[in-house]
Ligand binder design. Structure first.
Ligand SMILES: Nc1ncnc2c1ncn2[C@@H]1O[C@H](COP(=O)(O)OP(=O)(O)O)[C@@H](O)[C@H]1O
Ligand SMILES: [Mg+2]
Length: 229
């Protein structure tokens, strides 16, 4: 069983988007998936409610309402989290995860906040779960707001207190595909490939990294250069 936690203390950076797309991707590939929504706003649970029963099933668990009991045969537990997550609640979630993904919007304010949060997660990780791997994802990257090149430089300049660079696994473009998918309870991987090819390409490295469990704990590569949507 793999358990993937999607976190960032900032709202609106793409946690639910990343969590639901992960869930839809693995479900569509025949995996048994549980989507655990720790956010009382229940966006992931709402997403699931819009999902057609003809689609690959996903077990939804609303952690703010019920006890988290994941079916025994689950392949992937995807945990969506609320904004402003800190302290003990964050520690509990980090303890449950083997993988942490942190979406970040490519604005200077968001990157700075992410740096602080990343440092908090990094510290926690050493105390509660030294084996957990984590990486970040730049989300809603638009060429005309902050060029991919500038983003690289920006992220490069931001270092953790340890001196490590902010690890960036992938860069997802701003795309209507995510908005359409969100409305229908789908992942972008359940649309016709021809319509979502650039997005799928951007995710390929995320899935590769997730499947390479136990290799490197932190991805230090630079953000991938992308064309805008
Ligand atoms: N790459 C993207 N392209 C276009 N819209 C996006 C993208 N990522 C997120 N969104 C939209 O931005 C809004 C906030 O994203 P969401 O995943 O709900 O953030 P969070 O869960 O961190 O609050 C949603 O309406 C979502 O559909
Ligand atoms: Mg959310």
């Amino acid at each position: 069983m793999r358990s993937i936690l999607v976190v960032n203390s900032k709202g609106g950076c793409g946690k639910t988007t990343v969590a639901t797309n992960l869930a839809g991707y693995y479900a569509a590939r025949g995996k048994s998936v549980a989507l655990v929504d720790y956010d009382p706003q229940e966006s992931s649970i709402d997403w699931l409610a819009n999902r057609s029963p003809e689609r690959a099933p996903i077990t939804g668990i609303s952690a703010s309402k019920e006890q988290v009991r994941v079916p025994r045969d689950t392949d992937y537990v995807i945990m969506d989290s609320p904004a402003a997550l800190h302290g003990r609640t964050l520690a509990d979630m980090v303890r449950r995860a083997d993988t942490i993904l942190m979406p970040i919007l490519p604005s200077p304010i968001d990157v700075r906040a992410a740096k602080n949060f990343l440092a908090e997660v990094n510290k926690l990780r050493k105390v509660v779960n030294a084996d957990v791997r984590f990486a970040t994802i730049a989300n809603r990257v638009r060429e005309n707001t902050l060029a991919a090149n500038d983003l690289n430089e920006y992220l490069d300049a931001l270092k953790l207190p340890s001196g490590k660079k902010l690890p960036v696994l992938a860069s997802l473009r701003a795309s209507q595909n995510y908005i359409r998918a969100a409305e229908k309870g789908l992942s972008i991987f359940e649309f016709a490939p021809v319509k979502t090819l650039p997005d799928r390409d951007q995710w390929a490295r995320i899935f590769r990294w997730i499947s390479h469990a136990g290799k490197s704990k932190v991805v230090r590569d630079k953000v991938v250069r992308d064309k805008a949507a």
